[in-house]
Design a protein around this ligand. Sequence first.
Ligand SMILES: Nc1ncnc2c1ncn2[C@@H]1O[C@H](COP(=O)(O)OP(=O)(O)OP(=O)(O)O)[C@@H](O)[C@H]1O
Ligand SMILES: [Mg+2]
Length: 233
Amino acid sequence: MSDLTLSSVVSGYGRKTVVFDATLSAPAGQVTVLLGHNGAGKTTILKTILGLIPAQSGSVTFEGEDISRSTPRANLQRGIAYMPSERFVYDDLSVDDNLIAASLAVPKRQRKYTVTDIHDLLSMLKDRGTQLAGTLSGGQKRILSTGMLLMVNPKMMLLDEPSLGLAPAVVEQLFDFYRSLATDTGIGLLLVEQNVGEALRIGDEVFALRSGRIFLRESAERLSQRTEFWDLF
Ligand SMILES: Nc1ncnc2c1ncn2[C@@H]1O[C@H](COP(=O)(O)OP(=O)(O)OP(=O)(O)O)[C@@H](O)[C@H]1O
Ligand SMILES: [Mg+2]
């Protein structure tokens, strides 16, 4: 199974440590949620998993293999895809060219979805194939980024605050899509969010981070019933 595990990961920038002893798992076919305030260390954790920042200690494993010292490129080819929180599309390319450009990150044999498949999965993109990505709305760019991630046929998607700056109706639609992606295709999602309500609505297991430390692990279902939880945030 394509499960991702972090064991006692310590990480940061140069000598500065910002993540202390992070232990979490993101199983295949599930939406694992990582909550936390601004500056808590959420993005640092995702970058450490991807190999953009080396872990200072501890280990990251994927499909049972230690990938702690693996490069971002090698991890992408293993099936770990990362969507940064800044809207990552190529503004000067059309929607379809963005999808094609994204697919080039992995060898042809690793790909599964065609541009037409992505249009079918994310119907908003269908009539916009030739539109320049720079002219899309914020929500549409997020949907395109999601399509770009699928072009590499990932087994595990690391999503950094996909709801950021989007209208509530768009967030709901996008999160419904993420939920069905996990359930229907078995892709694992590690969803970093500050939109607690929406994350709990589609999430399975939830981890919460405060000042670089994971202080809570609980199922989304149980957490939704815990009213005092909102005070923690
Ligand atoms: N390149 C960097 N060099 C030094 N410190 C950094 C760097 N990037 C982030 N930090 C620091 O690491 C800490 C955690 O940052 P991180 O970006 O992981 O937080 P976050 O939980 O993703 O926050 P946000 O919700 O605002 O995106 C912060 O104190 C931040 O200032
Ligand atoms: Mg961040």
